[in-house]
Design a protein around this ligand. Sequence first.
Ligand code: TRP
Ligand code: SF4
Length: 329
Amino acid sequence: MNRKRILSGMRPTGKLHLGHLVGTLENWMVLQSEYECFFMVADWHALMGEYEHPEKLSEFAVDNVIDWLSVGIDPDKSHIFIQSEIPAHLELSMIFSCLTPLGWLERCPTYKEQLREVKTRDLSTYAFLGYPVLQAADILLYKAENVPVGEDQLPHLELTREIGRRFNGMYKKEIFPDPKALLTSTPRLPGLDGRKMSKSYNNTINISDSQDEIMNKVRMMITDPQRIKLSDPGHPDICTVFSYYSSFIPSLKSSARDWCENAGIGCTECKKRLAAGLIEKLSPFHATREHLIKDPSTIRMILDRGRDRASAVASATMAEVKKTMGISV
Ligand code: TRP
Ligand code: SF4
């Protein structure tokens, strides 16, 4: 097996929603047949933000893995594991922190932005400043050549490359590759209110939402405000409902444009059809999910296998790292 290696991760901070499905998971699904994929639950990264209330992290970790599996991430193709089950992530992160200048971290745009924007938690901590150092360790521990991420993660990838190069240069050995981002091309999925779908805006449809929840949430979605009466022609390109047709029921996209622009059916009916389409799309996932929830030992077995494979690669890298540095801790 000589496939190129990929590593990606998600922080287990809540239930996964349709934004994760179209933005990340559908992409992972395609990649897993072409690359050797390591998909990681980044629970240490989640802890950096949620340290005041960490008690739900392990529940979300397992819940997220169930979503991954139910939408089609295949444990026979991909290695699925939990970051905190592999201590080498912290070990390499510690080593990297020795050679990462403070200025690189203080200048990181995501760090500055989060400190400025996030008001509900105190992120001015030692660990949070080092967030990208741990992320560099995640990636370089597996010598991943590609990292599928959204645009928001590009500064972290840039730091990963800089840290890897600095290590290679300092100890005069090309241990680490220059990992490249595989940018997700999918446009951001709007939430129910038209803003970006995000747990913190409370505007999500979750992958695991029941049929009733889906119907209620779709009913609440904002539409073209100029379409008041049934006879008013609508503007699908500014309507959140229409963008869901594009992402989830592409087979109905052109009919939806047609009935909207020509005032063929009303918004209520348009939403009913969307809800029905979403339910149809998600119901196979729900069936798998129900199955998995009743079978925790299978999930544990999948995570054990992922951990063992990841651990083998991680240990080999750590041995190489220590030998190159001439340390034996
Ligand atoms: N920081 C990433 C995010 O919030 C999660 C993450 C942690 C990650 N480690 C990673 C992503 C390694 C890619 C590779 O989305
Ligand atoms: Fe939006 Fe559908 Fe109403 Fe058009 S008909 S404005 S696409 S909800």
